[in-house]
Design a protein around this ligand. Structure first.
Ligand SMILES: [Zn+2]
Length: 160
């Protein structure tokens, strides 16, 4: 297993590569919203600063040891990286973007713009967690399904 510092460096390298190839989609003008515009500006004009913040908070997060339970999902075998509290997950304000930190990290490292009805899901069911491979971008419907299945994380699909 890699240690947290090595993993963080890899997450940042991957994020840098994705941000470097970020492009507005064909539907960009149709989907515009204030939040989307702010993230667009961040990705296009301040990607280094966005990445630096991801790295800073990922390094700062409390690294928890892996849970003992053996639920059959890859995520359950790695420990969460926590910031803030479950009631009030840590937020970030950066160059117009104001968001939950876990959401900011997930969107930035995948170079994904937010859209209506989209949520960043915690595969580990831990709202304090900011660990990128515990986060998955999905729809509100999927998030409700997560609550219903509570604890069952399903497959181990990797985001490309
Ligand atoms: Zn987690």
């Amino acid at each position: 297993m890699f240690d947290a510092d090595t993993l963080i460096s890899q997450f940042i390298i991957d994020g840098r590569r994705r941000l470097a190839t970020f492009e507005r989609s064909l539907f960009h003008e149709k989907l515009r919203s204030p939040a989307r515009d702010n993230y667009t500006k961040l990705f296009e004009e301040a990607s280094q600063e966005a990445l630096a913040n991801c790295e800073k908070y990922l390094r700062k997060a409390k690294k928890c040891s892996a849970p003992a339970s053996t639920v059959s999902s890859m995520q359950s075998h790695t420990g969460c990286w926590e910031l803030g509290t479950a009631k009030t997950p840590r937020r970030i304000n950066l160059l117009g973007v104001s968001d939950y930190l876990y959401r900011f990290i997930s969107l930035t490292l995948t170079a994904t713009l937010p859209y209506d009805g989209e949520v960043v899901r915690h595969l580990c069911n831990n709202r304090m967690c900011v660990r990128p491979d515990h986060l998955k971008i999905g729809s509100i419907g999927e998030n409700k399904m997560d609550d219903i299945l509570n604890g069952y994380a399903g497959g181990t699909d990797q985001d490309a």
